[in-house]
Design a protein around this ligand. Structure first.
Ligand code: F6P
Length: 581
């Protein structure tokens, strides 16, 4: 731990925690935090509790974040803001931007914000002289030049044809960011280029992808921070072998086929020697640095596939949008600081209301991979049970994050959101305008229907439908004596009081997406600080990796299977009995 950084205090030891606990306990016995009464009492609730974000940098970007349908009143908000102060959110935030080694277990700075630190805002510039920060612009220029060559067709494959397919091979942060963003920004992609993302070690993933590709016109982007990740290295090796075989059959010269690799393989990594060893020359490598965490890396050269698909100017706008939100996070006072408010609400629900999960529900088909992306960002960051100081926590930390795009989820899991026994705070996101108008006779029809559902769901969750309303609707008086009808009444009641946050924006643009991702990154950061955990390591993924390596060596013969419990040994033996070579 750096000497300037004191060990964090346990959340439960903070005075504001006690305040919140007593508010929660009081309201449990005499419910004061009911959305119906809160809205009835205060006609200005929406105005008071929604925050409008306008970018001060880059393309004009707006977000409306409506917090009013959350289970909060002035007292809760005040105590939550006090909690942020006591936990040192602002101090830790400033340490991050300054480049202090806040990733204490790995002794690293956390500077993904420096990858998008355009403009001349000295308050966002790292002061730590971290190696690589001064090279960010140079790498961006390389990315710009390369993406233009590919997209214009100037860059030719080994038979002189332009590239038409990009295959990104990576996993975790080296896959989810690029694939989510390319999906979200589909309207901005060059339609003559197709993008594929191969991540899983399951051979089906690479096999099905290669079936879609032609070696003469395919570019493989091998994306791995460490360039040692088993899945990525195996998939990359398979792609290379496939490519060389295809090239050799065209060129009838093995040497020329090997040389052709340089026209079809590029690498994105921090590990130059392993890239070179794999057979990719440093001139085809786009570096980044150890102060960029995998799940925060889409802003670095890991975003190469994004830039290839949407063009460098749009990639740059994505970064600018994120930078605008960085400025907001760094410079806005606590009570208007959107990421901090979102983070505190999550703490309120997780640590006081006992919510185990949060749902992310974008009403935009292009954002269908948003929840999947934030599963890694959130759960790999805050799924920890010891603090930065090594103390076991005695409270809940990171939630289970899940979700799907609307309206699909409505016909699947929303039943539980509305009437189940679990509290699931949900974020609803929607653009005011769609990129698509599929009906000539009524161009906005689909979007109007989509958004009517978006508005209806948060209304239904918050206010529900009371027994009185149900009885009135069904014409069944209280005490009707008909057990079947009475059961029907009960099953049609919606208790309501289920919290949600709505996030709206004019249109899904690169800058808007950048701002949204950055907003959630800083929300996760805020929560990590309140919980006192290191949001920037991922020790929890290691054990499984080590065990798998050992098991791989034992899969050959039953007598090799040693050192396992009876369940694991039994499963391996079953596999050995039924596998086909
Ligand atoms: O799952 C662990 C992890 O280290 C992630 O944090 C990371 O995004 C992923 O593996 C891929 O790592 P790399 O980019 O080094 O291949």
């Amino acid at each position: 731990m750096s000497p300037t950084q004191p060990p964090p205090k346990l959340l439960t030891s903070l005075p504001a925690y006690q305040t919140l606990q007593s508010i929660y306990t009081t309201q449990k016995s005499t419910p004061t935090l009911t959305l119906r009464s809160l809205f009835d009492k205060d006609p200005q609730r929406f105005e008071k509790l929604s925050r409008a974000y306008e970018s001060t940098y880059g393309p004009p970007t707006q977000l409306l974040v409506d917090l009013s349908k959350n289970l909060i009143n002035d007292d809760v908000l005040e105590a939550l803001l006090q909690l942020a102060k006591e936990a040192g959110v602002e101090e830790q935030r400033d340490r991050m931007f300054a480049g202090e080694h806040i990733n204490t277990s790995e002794d690293r700075a956390v500077l993904h914000t420096a990858l998008r630190n355009f403009g001349d805002s000295p308050s966002l510039a790292p002061t730590s002289n971290e190696a690589g920060v001064s090279e960010v612009q140079e790498v961006l220029s390389h990315m710009e030049k390369f993406t233009e060559q590919i997209r214009s067709g100037e860059w030719k494959g080994f038979t002189g044809k332009p590239i038409t397919a990009i295959v990104n091979i990576g996993i975790g942060g080296s896959d989810l960011g690029p694939s989510m963003v390319v999906n979200a920004l589909t309207p901005y992609t060059q339609r003559s280029l197709r993008a594929f993302f191969v991540s899983n070690i399951d051979g089906t993933h690479i096999a099905e992808t290669l079936r879609e590709c032609d070696a003469e016109t395919t570019l493989f982007v091998i994306a791995s921070k460490t360039f040692t990740t088993q899945e990525t290295m195996e998939n990359a090796g398979t792609a290379k072998a496939w490519f060389i075989a295809a090239a050799a059959s065209k060129l009838s010269d093995a040497k020329k086929a090997e040389d052709a690799v340089s026209k079809h393989f590029v690498a994105v990594s921090t590990n130059t020697s392993s890239v070179t060893q794999f057979g990719i020359s440093p001139s085809n490598m786009f570096p980044f640095w150890d102060w960029v965490g995998g799940r925060y890396s889409l802003w670095s050269s890991i975003g190469l596939s994004i830039a290839l698909m949407v063009g460098y100017p749009n990639f740059r706008q994505l970064l600018e949008g994120a930078h605008g939100m960085d400025l907001h996070f760094k410079q806005t006072k606590l009570e208007d600081n959107i990421p901090i408010l979102l983070g505190l609400l999550g703490v309120w629900y997780g640590d006081f209301w006992g919510a185990q999960s949060v749902a992310v529900l974008p009403y935009d088909q292009y954002m269908s991979r948003f929840a999947e992306y934030f599963q890694q960002a959130d759960m790999e960051s805050n799924g920890k049970s010891v603090t930065r100081g090594g103390e076991r926590v005695n409270y809940q930390t990171g939630p289970i994050l899940w979700g799907a795009s609307g309206t699909n989820g409505q016909h699947s899991f929303y039943q539980l959101l509305h009437q189940g026994t679990k509290l699931v705070p949900a974020d609803f996101l929607a653009p005011c305008t769609s990129h698509n108008a599929p009906r000539a006779d009524d161009p906005t029809l689909h979007h109007r229907i989509l958004l009517s559902n978006f508005f209806a769901q948060t209304e239904a969750l918050a206010f529900g439908k009371s027994e009185v309303e149900v009885r009135e609707e069904l014409g069944i008086k209280e005490g009707s004596g008909d057990t079947q009808k009475e059961a029907l009444v009960k099953s049609k009641v919606f208790e309501g009081n289920r919290p949600s946050t709505s996030v709206m924006f004019p249109l899904m643009t690169p800058a808007t997406l950048g701002a949204l991702i950055s907003m959630y990154e800083h929300k996760i950061f805020t929560q990590g600080v309140v919980w006192g955990v290191n949001s920037f390591d991922q020790m929890g993924v290691e054990l499984g990796k080590v065990l798998a390596k050992n098991i791989l060596k034992q899969l050959g013969k039953p007598e090799d299977v040693k050192g396992h419990d009876s369940s694991t040994a039994g499963l391996i033996h079953y596999y050995q009995k039924f596998r086909k070579e």
